[in-house]
Design a protein around this ligand. Structure first.
Ligand code: ZN
Length: 182
């Protein structure tokens, strides 16, 4: 089993354990050469078997195998297409983040490592999830921002490694919950 699948497996389980992702309410992907692997549609992230991660060709978008990829596939593809340095993408709808993002406010940098870790946060106005329109919005920011707040929807983070993407994911969600909800 490839290194990429092992990491996806590990980080998917961590996301669920963190409480930020409930059931099938999130998706993650990793680059593997010209391809990416993404979580399948409708699966509880902690229950994805290693052979169930869906292989997709990054440029053509061709999907391999019989399992349906996450409905948010286009947004993940956009990140890998726009920024060659990115190898991992995480997206979910943590309750705090969705409610705070819908207020139109920006996330305050309330703990010391936040600005050092997360340099550019992009805010994207509500666009219907899973659409090409949303993928285009994400593509517009993918060169620069590794953290994007999708208003009324959730959060997406881009990592040069899965470890980095996941640190950003936890940092932005911590920033949101500590900044607004305590
Ligand atoms: Zn979503």
């Amino acid at each position: 089993m490839s290194h990429v699948i092992e990491q996806l497996d590990k980080y998917a389980k961590e996301l669920v354990a963190s409480g930020l992702v409930v059931g099938a309410g999130g998706n993650l992907s990793m680059r593997d050469g010209d391809y990416m692997y993404i979580s399948p549609s409708g699966y509880d992230l902690k229950e994805i078997k290693k052979e169930e991660w869906v292989k997709v060709h990054i440029i053509s978008g061709e999907v391999y195998g019989s399992i349906k990829p996450s409905s948010e596939l286009l947004m993940h593809l956009a990140c890998f297409r726009e920024n060659e340095e990115i190898t991992a993408v995480l997206h979910a709808h943590p309750t705090y983040s969705v409610s705070v993002s819908s207020t139109g406010k920006e996330i305050p940098a309330l703990f010391p490592d936040f600005p050092a870790m997360v340099k550019d946060v992009a805010y994207i106005d509500y666009v219907i999830p899973t659409t090409e329109l949303l993928a285009n919005e994400v593509a517009n920011h993918a060169q620069k921002a590794q953290v994007m707040v999708l208003r009324n929807h959730g959060v997406i983070t881009l990592g040069k490694t899965m470890n980095e993407g996941s640190l950003f994911f936890y940092a932005i969600n911590r920033g949101i919950s500590e900044g607004f909800c305590h």
